[in-house]
Design a protein around this ligand. Structure first.
Ligand code: FAD
Length: 375
């Protein structure tokens, strides 16, 4: 069932002010999270204290519909960018949490929402685990629910998230259904052994395994195929861009501080590269703001909304890679040396920029524009 009723928006508090209160502490914690790996429990606790884990839920569950209600989109964008500036790993985890709640809200999964709100009140996030390797995740009909067998890969928050949204299908290529298993149930497991990434250590993006895990019908979201429905699946990628934009802002701030602190701001060549990087960062900011507005515009044709965000992803990646290249060249070897925060922020951004379907989304945008007769 799809929820077509507008959600009354009652902001219980100011999410931007809440984020501002904890951003500095999360940035400070990020150095240790990067060095030691593991789930950033301290940073998630700060978000919980600031009310941000509950903010995306509908008002009936204590939230303000952050990310679901049209009036909240600018606020969510601002919060995601502030958080991405403090920590991309924590930003990635929070963005997944918001995505899970937005999906459950949009598809009217009330029991799931109540369960996830209970998790959030206990300080635990959710997430969305869709990526698959060769094995994939299969579902088989059982009495009053589904049996899950197989695995998901690249699951952020693996080992910490108890109630993720996972996608599973009855057969390879069949439209997937969204289910919310209990990762503490018998047969469910996680494995972080393969997560030895260059960056994004704190996102703990591991493998989730399922061996006959039962999920009742009350823990299902929507109908098969809803996960990839247009424009939401493609257009929702603006949220990832908003987190990554925060990283770009942090790179520019650290880059500028380096030039000032070393006196290299007096070098015209370095200033010229910095100017290009700062201009690219500003272009990225304008792009993300437009992508959020266009991607969430439910009065627009679905193909227009999703392809605007597809265009934004393509252009944003180019801008981000240019900012990284200019910063590495200006800062030089110390941009690769921990504990210089530039090293961590750049490694995280280089890793985080590897997102799904980038070439396919660029191609979708090209086809969309080419199919038009008018401007
Ligand atoms: C930090 C981090 C956290 C993540 N967390 C999650 C999570 O919580 N949940 C989740 O579901 N996923 C998560 N992911 C995974 C993400 O959804 C993607 O699956 C992953 O980033 C894909 O990256 P890739 O570069 O391996 O892409 P690939 O899809 O392997 O693409 C690599 C390249 O091949 C191209 N390509 C891909 N397929 C084809 C094809 N058929 N033909 C031609 N070219 C092709 C692509 O365009 C790209 O250039 C996370 C990723 C990162 C980086």
């Amino acid at each position: 069932m799809t929820n077509t009723q507008p959600i009354p928006f009652v902001p219980p508090f100011d999410p931007v002010a809440g984020m501002a209160r904890c951003a500095e502490a999360i940035f400070a914690l990020d150095e240790r999270v990067d060095a030691e790996g593991g789930f950033p429990a301290g940073s998630i606790a700060l978000l919980a204290e600031a009310g941000l884990l509950v903010a995306p839920f509908p008002p009936g569950l204590g939230g303000g519909g952050l990310g679901s209600h049209p009036a909240t989109i600018d606020t969510l964008r601002t919060v995601l960018t502030m958080l991405g500036k403090a920590s991309q790993a924590v930003g990635r985890l929070f963005e997944g949490h918001v995505n899970a709640i937005v999906l459950a809200t949009r598809h009217g999964a009330d029991i799931v929402l109540t369960d996830l709100a209970g998790e959030a009140r206990a300080g635990r996030i959710s997430g969305v685990w869709n990526a698959e390797g060769e094995t994939g995740l299969r579902m088989t009909r059982g009495d009053g629910g589904w049996r899950l067998d197989g695995e998901k890969i690249y699951c952020s928050g693996a080992g910490a998230i108890r109630r993720p949204v996972v996608t599973a299908a009855t057969a390879p290529g069949a439209p997937p259904l969204m289910l919310v298993p209990d990762m503490t149930a018998a047969g469910a497991g996680t494995d972080l052994a393969a997560w030895r990434a260059a960056g994004m250590h704190g996102s703990v993006t591991g493998r989730a395994t399922f061996d006959g895990v039962f999920v009742g019908d009350e823990a299902v979201i929507g109908n098969p195929g809803d996960y990839y429905a247009a424009p939401d699946f493609a257009a929702g990628a603006w949220r990832v861009l908003a987190v990554q934009l925060g990283a770009i802002e942090q790179v520019i701030a650290l880059h500028a501080a380096f030039l000032r602190d070393t006196g290299r701001e007096r070098e015209p060549v370095l200033r010229s590269r910095f100017a290009d990087a700062a201009a690219d960062a500003e272009l990225a900011r304008l792009l993300v703001a437009a992508a959020a507005t266009q991607g969430e515009d439910r009065t627009a044709a679905a193909a227009d909304a999703k392809n605007y965000v597809n265009m934004a992803r393509t252009a944003f990646e180019r801008l981000a890679l240019a900012v990284i290249a200019a910063t590495r060249r200006n800062v030089g070897l110390s941009s690769f040396l921990a504990p210089n925060p530039i090293d961590r922020v750049l490694r995280d951004l280089e890793t985080y920029l590897r997102q799904p379907f980038l070439d396919a989304s660029r191609d979708s945008f090209a086809r969309h524009v080419l199919a038009r007769k008018g401007p």
